[in-house]
Design a protein around this ligand. Structure first.
Ligand SMILES: N[C@@H](CCC(=O)N[C@@H](CS)C(=O)NCC(=O)O)C(=O)O
Length: 206
């Protein structure tokens, strides 16, 4: 059976749990990271020398990096249901998956850490607000893209919706100043109707 290491409150772990739920993949999950610790244990470091979650072991094949895991599971268990045969459409999925790692999470993480993991008296609102403004500018870019698209890849739910979706939940649940982004609101409403999103992502932030 597929084994997944990682606390279920982590955005990157949730991406993997989400696709497992969408594709009905059975798995066993081990709590590591955050309050559970264990990332520096020698046995874990052997799995992922970066000491990060998620990690999977699929019948002896060990893999880390959440987006690589998504692509692997989608291909092996999903007949590529959440990617596209169309080269241009696939490039849009890839673009927004990369965008989450290189742009969006870079600004969302300091906001999340500042507001959720930092005691009120120690919060640096200058840093939080600056990062929030940058994140909102990025959400506005996605909002513009969603003008002509139901999902990020036109009419098909894809891996890009999973990668952006875990952060959308955080955006709406952080007490921050938000731009009025009608397409993001509409897309988020669609996400909230998916069983997997409800079960895996809609948890208190930590
Ligand atoms: N690029 C990696 C990033 C992994 C990562 O940063 N994971 C975080 C959780 S979201 C982590 O391990 N943090 C330490 C912890 O949770 O204790 C991926 O996408 O898998």
């Amino acid at each position: 059976m597929l084994k997944i290491w990682g606390r279920d409150t982590s955005s990157n772990v949730q991406k993997v749990l989400w696709i497992c739920h969408e594709l009905n993949i059975n798995f066993e999950r081990v709590d590591v990271g955050g309050p559970f610790g264990g990332l520096d244990n020698i046995e874990f470091v052997k799995l992922n020398p970066h000491s990060k979650i998620p990690v999977i072991n699929d019948n002896g094949y060990v893999l880390y990096e959440s987006h690589a895991i998504l692509r692997y599971l989608n291909s092996k268990y999903g007949k590529n249901r959440f990617s596209s045969d169309d080269v241009k459409e696939q490039s849009i999925i890839d673009k927004y998956m990369d965008w989450v790692h290189t742009e969006l999470s870079a600004y969302m993480i300091p906001v999340l850490i500042g507001l959720i993991r930092t005691p009120e008296e120690k919060r640096n609102f200058e840093v939080i607000n600056e990062n929030n403004l940058k994140s909102e500018n990025l959400w506005e870019i996605l909002n513009f893209h969603l003008n002509d698209n139901k999902w990020i890849s036109r009419n098909n739910f894809s891996l890009a919706d999973i990668c952006c979706g875990v952060w959308a939940w955080r955006r709406y649940n952080l007490d921050t100043r938000k731009k009025d982004l009608k397409n993001i609101d509409r897309w988020f409403k669609e996400l909230k109707q998916r069983d997997s999103f409800i079960k895996i992502v809609m948890k208190p932030l930590s």
